[in-house]
Design a protein around this ligand. Structure first.
Ligand SMILES: [Fe+2]
Length: 394
């Protein structure tokens, strides 16, 4: 086995400080785990739909057993925007929670991190998404996912939509102290949410592996996450009550999250940001659309990694050239997207060919950080060709 990484020429760091409790019914440990923290006032952060579920009620009941004065912020819609951020800031600056629990999907968990940070940092909330420094670390953050995919349970990342543009903060002050991942809590997620979030986990793992900053630790996590997502995502979508599939998908989300928070993501996430909000497309569905095309584009630049990815997806690439292996990966992705009824071309989204040039410009102007992480640096013309392929399909 060759190491395959350019570790003779560069160093890497890996930091993932969130304590993880994972397993069926692990949520029952929440009261005892909460008692390890020093607090009297706890805040639950979630969305309007999640807060009406039995899973949320269970978490609330268990949290109250820890003897806390409990408050709730339940306004975190999918793709939350600046007005919701401002409401959250107003709420936490007045109430001053001493611990924050994010319950739900990626947005609820993202906003629990912001609840912590904004409670002790007084500048205009959106300024932190435009480079303002988070000067003080807020109260401890606990994430409890009820939907598997985003990896937000272990990342120090929060995303907000600002006038149609997705902006992200990456800051060590946003690392959750603890995550309790109980796959049973995700069994009630509907097929649409399961597919979009679940495919996001697969995309995170693939992009982390392709990233120029991947390393042996992240690759190990990514490879396992790819295998788990390929084995269990379609099962979880077709039968939400399939507990084994929910366990596999929850583990894929967690491991992919640990991997990509260390390596960053590359071209597919950047490309997705150029049409996701315009088309009101769920995040995972927008990213997965780009992955097959990027896998083929990147294959000549990363032949060894392309084989590892294919192998993790269960594809035998013996005798295949890198580009053939790239096509095999794309084909497996399309099969999964077929099962999940996800869009496969920009044409499917109603995007006109005349819009492609401006989307390329948007990528190069506003989302270049994803291009920088890509192992093959595309020229503007190559990007335009990639978008045209994405428009027409393979
Ligand atoms: Fe994502």
């Amino acid at each position: 086995m060759s190491i395959g990484f350019d570790l003779l020429n560069r160093a890497f760091t890996f930091y993932s400080p969130t304590r993880i409790i994972f397993g069926i019914d692990s949520i029952s440990r929440l009261p005892d785990e909460l008692k390890k923290f020093d607090f009297k006032k706890a805040l639950l952060v979630s969305g309007p739909k999640v807060s009406k579920t039995k899973e949320y009620s269970l978490v609330k009941q268990l949290a109250s057993q820890a003897g806390a004065d409990l408050s709730e912020f339940t306004m975190v819609e999918a793709e939350p925007d600046i007005p919701i951020l401002n409401s959250l800031a107003g709420f936490v600056r007045k109430w001053q929670p001493e611990i924050v629990l994010g319950v739900g999907g990626g947005s609820s968990m993202d906003f629990s991190k912001l609840a912590s940070a904004l409670s002790v940092n007084e500048k205009e909330p959106s300024s932190y998404f435009r480079g303002e420094k988070i000067a003080k670390k807020g109260p401890p953050i606990i994430t409890i996912p009820t939907l598997a995919g985003t990896g937000s349970e272990v990342t120090p990342i929060s995303v907000v939509v600002d006038n149609g543009v997705k902006r992200a903060i990456f800051n060590t002050a946003l690392y959750p102290s603890l995550t309790v991942v109980d796959p049973r809590l995700s069994c009630s997620a509907d097929p649409g949410a399961t597919s979009s979030a679940g495919i996001d986990a697969l995309c995170h793992a693939l992009e982390s592996m392709m990233s120029v900053d991947s390393n042996p630790i992240s690759d190990s996590l990514s490879s396992t996450a790819i295998g788990l997502a390929c084995a269990y995502l379609e099962r979880a979508y077709c039968n939400g009550g399939d507990l084994e599939a929910r366990v596999g998908l929850s583990a894929a989300s967690l491991m992919a999250g640990m991997a990509f928070q260390a390596t960053g993501l590359c071209l597919p996430h950047g490309i997705a940001y150029t049409y996701a909000t315009k088309c009101s497309l769920p995040h995972g569905s927008s990213v997965s659309l780009a992955v097959p095309y990027v896998a083929i584009f990147n294959a000549p630049a990363i032949p060894r990694k392309t084989r590892i990815i294919a192998s993790a997806m269960g594809i035998d690439t013996s005798g295949a050239s890198p580009i053939e292996a790239g096509f095999e990966i794309a084909s497996r992705m399309f099969d999964i997207m077929d099962t999940l009824s996800l869009p496969q071309t920009l044409d499917d989204l109603g995007i006109n060919e005349s819009e492609l040039e401006s989307m390329v410009d948007d990528l190069l102007t506003n989302h270049y950080r994803f291009v920088e992480k890509n192992p093959r640096k595309p020229s503007r013309d190559e990007l335009l060709n990639l978008y045209m392929d994405m428009h027409e399909g393979l």
